[in-house]
Design a protein around this ligand. Structure first.
Ligand SMILES: Cc1cc2nc3c(=O)[nH]c(=O)nc-3n(C[C@H](O)[C@H](O)[C@H](O)COP(=O)(O)OP(=O)(O)OC[C@H]3O[C@@H](n4cnc5c(N)ncnc54)[C@H](O)[C@@H]3O)c2cc1C
Length: 440
């Protein structure tokens, strides 16, 4: 065994013969080993160079093309430099950072370019990576983008006529017109597939919409709403473009949220809203079409959940490196390391699952509902566990916005429930693997 230099206090114990007596009482343990043990316990020194904090342990970025990696880095830079510094303050006030809209529009145009023009342009892998990078810093910001680009623009892209696309998509790409998307209703949440209460009735060249919608993201300031309603003549779901200033269209901001406080959600009332036939989305022929869009969106949310877990892991490790208790950084304690490793294992499992899901989606040109639902359900559980471990490892500071992890912890709850609850996504997979529907 190599010679050991003992700390001064321990050498003194040695000289006084006390240590020899203690060692005898340990039986079989050498003085050198005791010295090492005591040294490690009493040492206040930390390694000069800490390992880098890396939430991509299995190097999934390595699976991207050089161009895609460059995009990932630019989105990350924007989120770190522009969003992170202001986000806690907006979260606390429950306001959306409108000051960032111009720079965000510029960043997305410069970074993603014409890929943004259509949902397919980005490809499932890049869409996922972008969602992960946004949510890694702030899940609200991802949600704002997800509703505007993925859901509202996505509906126009998937279901709109040529004329509708040409009118709306360029304006929305520049964020000059903001979109919202309304499927959920006050009385109909998980059960949207079983029938909407909001109705559409044709009158000549127009449609009359009546009903109520809940949770519509961005709606308090959105210019255009994609509204789904049940056609009274055939009971099928149809989609409509409803402009903000249409008579009978009322928006009321939802207050009192404990998650995603930056996202502005609203209740919408539709009272005899008259819409020209030209504003009906011709591609929506029934709920099956909406479900196809939901599948795509669920895959993206699984990636966003991965981002939330990744951000929480990285912030927790950074905090634990700095936090000193009992004279040592808390990262030196076994139980803290155990929590950090559990978090990293979760993040890595989520990343690898999402990446494979996206690769299959890219290969097949579409994603099956059950594959998207499995990722949403699995990542939801892992995200929830990860942010809870992180919150605990920050102790009391885990409930302060200043340290970020509290925000991830709270926001995770909304992601867990939206785009289909954990139970709905579980039942979709369950039906697929057993052939038995257990919804009712
Ligand atoms: C922050 C946020 C943003 C949102 N943004 C939008 C948006 O932009 N546009 C939009 O249209 N919607 C949006 N939603 C709505 C969201 O999609 C719904 O909240 C979600 O689908 C669940 O519906 P619900 O809240 O009515 O819950 P419910 O359907 O009432 O469910 C309550 C509980 O019962 C369980 N449950 C229900 N049925 C069954 C069953 N058959 N078997 C087992 N368990 C069951 C659910 O899993 C859940 O745990 C948003 C929601 C949130 C929280």
């Amino acid at each position: 065994m190599a010679p050991v230099t003992l700390p001064l206090g321990i050498s003194r114990l040695f000289q006084q013969g006390k240590l020899a007596r203690m060692v005898r009482s340990f039986g079989g343990v050498s003085p050198q080993e005791i010295g090492l043990l005591l040294k490690s316990i009493t040492s206040r020194r930390r390694p000069k160079l800490l390992p880098p904090i890396n939430g991509d342990f299995y190097e999934i970025s390595d699976l991207l093309s050089e161009d895609e990696r460059h995009i990932q880095q630019r989105v990350r830079n924007y989120m770190e430099q522009r969003v992170r510094p202001v986000v806690a303050n907006y979260w606390e006030r429950g306001e959306f950072p409108h000051e960032l809209l111009n720079s965000f529009a510029t960043m997305t145009r410069e970074t993603l370019g014409s890929r943004l023009d259509h949902l397919e342009g980005m490809g499932p892998v890049l869409t996922g990576i972008v969602a992960m990078e946004m949510a890694r810093v702030d899940a609200s910001f991802y949600t704002f983008f997800g509703v505007h680009w993925g859901l509202a623009m996505g509906s126009l892209d998937l279901f709109g006529s040529e004329a509708q696309q040409q009118h709306w998509l360029p304006l929305m790409l520049r964020f000059e017109q903001i979109g919202t998307w309304s499927l959920t209703e006050p009385e109909v949440g998980s059960a949207t597939a079983a029938g909407l209460r909001t109705t559409a009735q044709r009158e000549g060249d127009h449609w009359i919409l009546n009903g109520a919608k809940k949770w519509c993201g961005n709606a308090p300031f959105a210019d255009v709403n994609i509204v789904f309603a049940r056609d009274l003549s055939d009971n099928q779901v149809k989609g409509f473009i409803v402009e903000r200033n249409t008579p009978g269209y009322h928006v009321e901001k939802l207050e009192g949220k404990i998650a995603l406080r930056i996202v502005q959600n609203a209740n919408v009332r539709l009272e005899h809203v008259r819409i020209p036939e030209a504003n009906r989305l011709p591609g929506v022929r029934g709920f099956r079409d909406v479900a196809r869009q939901l599948g795509m969106a669920r895959g993206a949310v699984a990636w966003a959940m991965t981002g939330v877990a990744m951000g929480a892991y990285e912030r927790t490790l950074a905090y634990a490196n700095e936090r000193i208790q009992f004279g040592r950084p808390i990262t030196a304690f076994q139980l803290v390391q155990s929590g950090l490793v559990q978090m990293l294992g979760n993040v890595t499992a989520m990343q690898t699952m999402c990446m494979r899901m996206a690769q299959l989606y890219a290969r097949d040109g579409s994603i099956s509902q059950e594959r998207a639902s499995l990722a949403k359900a699995f990542c939801g559980e892992r995200m929830r566990e990860t942010v809870a471990i992180g919150r605990n490892l920050l102790g009391g500071n885990g409930i302060l916005l200043e340290y970020d992890v509290a925000r991830y912890f709270a926001d995770a709850e909304a992601l867990y429930s939206y785009e289909g609850t954990h139970e709905m996504n579980t039942l979709i997979v369950g039906r697929s693997i057993t052939g038995m529907s257990a919804f009712l």
